[in-house]
Write a protein of this length. Structure first.
Length: 339
C-alpha cells in the first residue's frame, strides 16, 4: 500500500524521538531498577513528569515494542521488553543509551538543515551550533561534554558490532597494532579480548587520549597503550597492523589517499591495514542504513560512505595489495589490505 508506506516514512522521525525521549527521561532505567511493572502515575511521579504526557509516551513505547503493558484491576502496568533491558538501559553492557543521546542532542540538530547540506555540499555545524564547519572534529569536540558524549556513543556501537568486524579475518598473526582514531578504546578492548597475545596502541588527539585514560580504559589493562597526536600532521610509528575504524568515511578521497600513503610507509613489510566501514552495495542500491549514514556524513563531516571497490581502489593507490572484503551482515564490514 504505497500511501501507507509514504505516511510511515514521513513519520519516521517521530519514532526515533519517542525512543530518545524515553531514554533521556530514564523510563527504561526506572523499570529495570523497580523489578516490577509500574503504572503511568508511578512512573510520572518518580521521573518528575506530567501524568498525561508520560502515559502517551509509554503507550507509544508499547506500540514500538519497547515496553509491554498489562491491564490489571488497578489499571495499566508497564514493563520493559527484553530489547529495552539489553540495549536501552544505561547499566547494560550492550547499552546503546549514549549513542541515542548523541543522535538526539547533536545529530538531530544537524539533520534539521539537511536540505542546506544537499544544496551546499557541506556539513551544517555553523547553522546548527553557530561554530565553524571547516574543522569537523573541532566542531564535534567543541566541549569536553560533547566529546565525552561522542566517545561514549562510539563505544556503545563497538559493544555490539566490534567482535564481528575483528573476527571477519584471522588477525592473530599480527601482534603489534595501532588503532588510528581509536577514541574511547572499546574496539581496542574487544581486540585484546579476541587476540590476547597482541598489544594495541590507541593513536588519537591529546584531549581524546586524556578522556579515554580517565573514563574508558582501566589502567590495569596493560595490553592497551596510548599515543597522542594528529595522524594527518604527525608521524605514524611502525606497526604490523593498523586499524582505521570509521575513519575514512569522515574524509574526501584526497585526504583518505594522503592518510593511507602515510600508513603504508609506516607499516612493516608483511603487515596490513584493516578498514572497518559500512559498505554500500556496488550499484549503491543499499543497504538503507549505509545510505542514511552517507547522508549523515554530509551533514556532519567532509566524507561519505563507499563501496568495497572504492575502498579497494584507495588502498591500491597507497600501495596495499591482497585486498580482501568481508561483509559481516551487521552494520559494519571489514576490508583488509596487505603490504
Amino acid at each position: 500500500d504505497y500511501p501507507q508506506i509514504i505516511l510511515q516514512y514521513s513519520s519516521g522521525f517521530l519514532v526515533s524521538k519517542v525512543m530518545f525521549t524515553a531514554c533521556e527521561l530514564g523510563v527504561f532505567d526506572l523499570l529495570l531498577e523497580s523489578g516490577e511493572p509500574l503504572s503511568s502515575d508511578a512512573i510520572a511521579a518518580r521521573l518528575g513528569t506530567s501524568t498525561m504526557g508520560m502515559e502517551r509516551l509509554l503507550d507509544a513505547c508499547v506500540g514500538l515494542k519497547l515496553l509491554a503493558v498489562e491491564l490489571t484491576q488497578e489499571g495499566a502496568l508497564y514493563r520493559n521488553t527484553e530489547i529495552s533491558n539489553i540495549y536501552l538501559t544505561k547499566s547494560s553492557p550492550k547499552s546503546q543509551y549514549h549513542i541515542m543521546m548523541y543522535y538526539s542532542n547533536t545529530v538531530y540538530l544537524c539533520w534539521h538543515y539537511l536540505a542546506d547540506a544537499v544544496r551546499e555540499g557541506r556539513n551544517q555545524y555553523e547553522r546548527a551550533f553557530g561554530i565553524s564547519s571547516k574543522d569537523p572534529f573541532g566542531a564535534m569536540y567543541r566541549s569536553e561534554e560533547e566529546m565525552l558524549k561522542f566517545m561514549a556513543g562510539q563505544n556503545s556501537v563497538w559493544s555490539i558490532c566490534g567482535r564481528d568486524v575483528l573476527a571477519a579475518f584471522d588477525l592473530s598473526p599480527f601482534t603489534q597494532i595501532y588503532d588510528l582514531g581509536g577514541g574511547g578504546g572499546a574496539l581496542a578492548r574487544e581486540y585484546v579480548s579476541l587476540y590476547p597475545h597482541s598489544t594495541i596502541t590507541i593513536y588519537d588527539l591529546p584531549k581524546v587520549v586524556q578522556v579515554a585514560k580517565e573514563q574508558f580504559v582501566p589502567p590495569e589493562e596493560r595490553r592497551i597503550t596510548f599515543h597522542e597526536g594528529d595522524f594527518f600532521n604527525d608521524s605514524i610509528p611502525e606497526a604490523e597492523l593498523y586499524i582505521l575504524s570509521k575513519i575514512l568515511h569522515d574524509w574526501d578521497d584526497d585526504k583518505c589517499r594522503q592518510l593511507l600513503a602515510k600508513v603504508y610507509k609506516a607499516c612493516k613489510p608483511g603487515g596490513g591495514v584493516l578498514l572497518v566501514e559500512s559498505l554500500l552495495n556496488e550499484d549503491r542500491s543499499g543497504p538503507l542504513e549505509t545510505q542514511l549514514y552517507s547522508m549523515n556524513m554530509l551533514v556532519q563531516t567532509e566524507g561519505k560512505e563507499r563501496t568495497a571497490a572504492e575502498y579497494s581502489k584507495l588502498l591500491e593507490a597507497a600501495g596495499f595489495g591482497e585486498i580482501q572484503v568481508k561483509r559481516t551482515g551487521k552494520l559494519y564490514d571489514a576490508v583488509l589490505g596487505r603490504k
